[in-house]
Design a protein around this ligand. Structure first.
Ligand code: SAM
Length: 463
């Protein structure tokens, strides 16, 4: 009998699904959840020995530390993610330049994985429908710091306006959460056979809204963190019934040793993979890759007509835009500003990479973008306040004045306390660092270093 008090109707289903493996499953469910994290390739990251075999930058921990007390956690140097979810890394050729949609993205586990893996010219649009969760997603992606990431807050149906726009669409669908029971026992109380059926209907609706966003030749990845067949292989079978003219299963072989079990769908073995806790060192997951048939036409052919016409009218020499008065500040605070495009709105300065700018022009106005480009700083009477987003970004200029903090100082900083300053007093902005990783801004003011960490990011609980 499991210590988790699992619902009898759930256990009965699992027994039917697993047959002789049922007891092994029950034993695994009484073991603690596996703890793992994935480090950020953009930031200095801690080293480890017990690596997750299917992700080059991830490792297992023996027990769960108090992440909230670790300044590197707040700096986006790593993301705590259960290991099975990281199998997404294996499903994609990340060397290709891609436009990527992560449709159900909060709190950002898969999005940070994608941002950490994608090529320099790729762009990720991370979307979340629930406004409060979209805010958390934007914050996590700001900490992660990849400049080619947009965040939107939209219902899936809005993506019907994004036909053929994405090379890769990830639908990590809301589900009955069976695979999270061990990690988050609150999910057990929300489970019922009716909830499974409700989720399965919603998953089909979501897919119907976004299948058209995948470019011909592009990839659709469907995943859930549940084991039920209704929400997994039956959803894929439905998709093949409805859209089989356009989509086909794209089998991805996995190393047998990893323990993800191949799932047969419509006679195709290993059409998908399911992670069971008695086979893999991770929690529950289902993952399936599909390919949209055909090949995409060239980028130019696919450009919106209005834009093509606008372009063809541009003949001769274009007037050079005036150099903004904050250009010197940009040059002083950013690495390589010549490769970027800048704008000013409501006294705020934003920076955009070229791939992001090009992609933004292709997005319909119906999308509600809540993070667009990198917010760099705010103009005020006497100068410019650099933003937290810049401190988290790889664009932050190397060699800017900075101060390495001890653990106690870094925790005080993250609680938004000012720090004392010893003579010789420094004025102006400096970067607060912990183990070399930027945490945010300090500003010298006599014997004090004023804390510019965002108030809504501060650690509220006692450490
Ligand atoms: N991909 C995320 C990650 O790796 O961190 C986890 C996503 S979670 C499994 C599913 C997400 O879908 C939740 O954030 C939830 O708010 C969102 N969601 C809920 N209802 C939805 C709907 N009707 N359409 C789209 N997304 C929905």
């Amino acid at each position: 009998m499991s210590e988790l008090q699992l619902p009898p109707a759930f256990l009965q289903r699992i027994q039917e699904q697993l047959g002789p493996e049922y007891q092994a499953f029950i034993s695994a469910m009484s073991a603690p959840a596996v703890i793992s994290l994935r480090t950020n390739p953009l930031k200095a990251h801690p080293s480890a020995e017990d690596y997750v075999p299917w992700h080059p930058l991830a490792y297992f921990l023996d027990e769960r530390p108090a992440f909230v007390a670790d300044p590197l956690f707040h700096a986006g140097a790593y993301y705590v993610q259960e290991a099975s979810s990281m199998l997404l890394y294996q499903m994609v050729d990340w060397t290709q330049d891609m436009h990527i949609l992560d449709l159900c993205a909060a709190p950002g586990g898969k999005s940070t994985l994608i941002a950490g893996a994608m090529s320099e010219n790729s762009v990720l649009l991370a979307n979340e429908v629930i406004p409060s969760r979209a805010g958390v997603l934007a914050e996590n992606l700001t900490r992660w710091g990849h400049p080619n990431v947009l965040v939107s807050q939209n219902e899936p149906k809005v993506f019907r306006d994004c036909m053929d726009l994405f090379d890769l669409v990830v639908v990590d669908a809301p589900c009955s959460g069976e695979g999270m029971f061990r990690k988050d026992p609150r999910a057990i109380g929300e489970w019922s056979p009716e909830a499974v059926t409700h989720c399965a209907v919603r998953q089909r609706d979501i897919l119907a809204d976004v299948v058209g966003c995948v470019k011909p030749g592009g990839t659709l990845i469907y995943s859930t963190c549940t084991w039920s067949q209704e929400e997994n292989e039956e959803v894929i079978a439905w998709l093949l019934d409805e859209y089989g003219e356009e989509f086909e299963i794209d089998v991805k072989e996995m190393e047998v040793d990893w323990g993800a079990k191949g799932v047969e769908i419509r006679g195709i073995s290993d059409a998908a993979h399911r992670c069971w806790p008695h086979h893999i060192r991770g929690e529950g997951l289902f993952l399936c890759r599909l390919r949209r048939k055909g090949t995409a036409s060239s980028e130019l052919e696919r450009e919106p007509t209005a834009r093509r016409h606008r372009k063809s009218r541009k003949k001769g020499k274009q007037p050079q835009p005036a150099v903004p008065h904050w250009q010197a500040w940009v040059d002083a605070f950013l690495n390589d500003p010549k490769t970027l495009i800048f704008s000013e709105k409501n006294d705020k300065i934003y920076g955009y990479s070229k791939p992001l700018t090009a992609f933004l022009q292709r997005l319909p106005n119906s999308l509600r973008l809540i993070k667009k480009g990198v917010y760099l700083g705010k103009l005020f009477r006497k100068g410019i306040n650099p933003s937290q987003e810049l401190a988290m970004s790889p664009w932050l200029k190397e060699g800017l004045p900075s101060m390495e903090l001890t653990l106690d100082q870094a925790q005080a900083y993250l609680k938004k306390e000012d720090l004392p300053q010893e003579a010789p007093f420094r004025s102006g902005y400096l970067i607060a660092r912990y183990q070399g990783v930027a945490l945010g801004w300090l500003k010298g003011a006599g014997h004090r270093l004023k804390n510019h960490y965002p108030i809504n990011w501060r650690i509220r609980k006692a450490l």
